[in-house]
Each structure stands twice: as structure tokens, then as C-alpha cells.
Design a protein. Structure first.
Length: 252
């Protein structure tokens, strides 16, 4: 059941569909060669955009704000129970991955052929860079803001429990994935032929202790009333998501 807004946009010839019980507002535009679908239970806002031949899908119980953008041939997916924000973008054919319990700051960058791996409990700001073709991976317990960038034919992945603001960007040939239990915000970007997916249960604002600024103009802060997520002035009017009974709700 969708209790707020579902927006699905595809920019070339193809199929776009929003399936669910819409109790507020639903906008569906299909203009791309492929399928765009928003389905499941949404209690706030689901935004799905597919701009070229490929698949864009948002499925599951979306309880706050999910944004899925697929800008080239490939698959972008946001699935699961979402109570905060999910961003999925795939920018190339590549795989980047950070796996484990993410709770702080982990950076993984793969720029050429080769293998680079960081495993274990990462509790501060570990950075991993691989500059040759191969696999780059960060796995373990990451305790604040994990970020993953793959800029060449290499593999990178973010998996596990993400507790703050993980970001995953794949801009080479392959797949970018973020999955696990996510408590605040997840961003994954894919802009060419590739697969990007976010599959997880995104659970309310349990462990935000400071304001986090997201790339898309979102601002997250924790107050006595719960987590608040604001959209910048560029959106026209500020939108705030507040924690209501442990679930984020979008207030326009």
C-alpha cells in the first residue's frame, strides 16, 4: 500500500508500471526501451527513473524515500523494507563491493586491473584503492560512512549492515551492489551498461549521531523527536522526513 507518492519515469520506448494501492499520489511516465516498475508497500516516496534501455525497479515495503536511477543499458533495483533513503545509480559496467557490518567510514576505489582487499573490523576511516584491473573489496565491520568507487574493469561490493551513510558508485564495466541492513541512507550509482542493486531492510534512524549531507541535497539530522531528512532549496520547497513510531514519514 502506497501512502504517499510514487514517481516512476522512463525516458525511451518501453514499459513503466506502478503496482500497489496508492492512497496519495502516483505519477508514472514510461519513455525508455525497457521496464520501470514501482511495486510493494510504500508509506512515503518512491522515485524510479530509467533513462535508456534497461530495467529500473523499486520493490518491497518502502517507508520513507527510495530513489533509483538507471541511466544506461543495465539493471537498477531497490528492493526490501526501506525506512530511510535508498539511492541507486550505476555509471558503468563494473563491480565494486564493500562487505560486512558498515558503521563508520570505508572507501574502496578500483581504477585498473588488479586485486585489492581490506577485511576485518573497520572502525574509523579506512581507504582501499586498487589501480589495476581486478577486484577491490572492503569487508568487515565498517562503523560510519562507507563509500565505494570502481572506475575500471574491476569488482567492488558493499554488503552487510550499513549504519549511517554508505555510498557506492560504479563507473566501469560490471555490477555495483549494496545490500544488508541499512539504517539511514544508501546511495548506489550506475550510468552505463551495468547492474546496480540495493536489496535490504532499511531500518529507521537508530544510530545517527551527527548531521550528514548527502550528494543529492538531502540533509540528515538527529533531534529529540527523531531523525529528520531535509531536501535542499533546489527542490522548490523543503521536504522533511521525521521518525514516526520508528518509521520515517515524508512531510511536504
Amino acid at each position: 500500500m502506497l501512502t504517499a507518492m510514487v514517481l516512476l519515469t522512463g525516458s525511451t520506448a518501453g514499459a513503466g508500471s506502478a503496482t500497489a494501492a496508492l492512497t496519495a499520489r502516483a505519477l508514472l511516465t514510461g519513455t525508455a526501451t525497457g521496464a520501470g516498475t514501482a511495486s510493494g508497500t510504500s508509506s512515503a516516496t518512491v522515485l524510479l527513473t530509467g533513462s535508456t534501455a534497461g530495467l529500473g525497479t523499486a520493490t518491497g515495503a518502502l517507508r520513507a524515500t527510495s530513489l533509483l536511477i538507471g541511466s544506461t543499458t543495465g539493471t537498477g533495483t531497490a528492493a526490501g523494507s526501506t525506512t530511510a533513503q535508498t539511492f541507486l545509480q550505476g555509471t558503468a559496467t563494473a563491480t565494486g563491493a564493500a562487505s560486512g557490518n558498515l558503521g563508520s567510514s570505508a572507501y574502496l576505489t578500483a581504477s585498473t586491473a588488479g586485486t585489492s582487499t581490506a577485511t576485518g573490523a573497520l572502525t574509523a576511516s579506512p581507504k582501499l584503492t586498487a589501480t589495476t584491473t581486478g577486484t577491490g573489496a572492503a569487508s568487515g565491520a565498517l562503523l560510519t560512512t562507507p563509500a565505494l568507487n570502481a572506475t575500471a574493469t574491476a569488482a567492488g561490493t558493499v554488503t552487510g549492515t550499513l549504519r549511517t551513510t554508505p555510498a557506492l558508485a560504479g563507473n566501469a564495466s560490471g555490477a555495483g551492489q549494496t545490500f544488508g541492513v541499512m539504517i539511514v541512507a544508501v546511495r548506489l550509482t550506475a550510468s552505463s551498461a551495468a547492474t546496480g542493486s540495493v536489496t535490504a531492510t532499511l531500518i529507521a534512524p537508530a544510530v545517527i549521531s551527527e548531521v550528514a549531507h548527502l550528494e543529492a541535497g538531502f540533509e540528515l539530522s538527529l533531534s529529540e523527536s527523531g531523525l529528520q531528512v531535509s531536501v535542499g532549496e533546489s527542490a522548490g520547497s523543503a521536504k522533511v522526513m521525521e521518525s514516526v513510531g520508528g518509521v520515517l514519514a515524508l512531510i511536504e
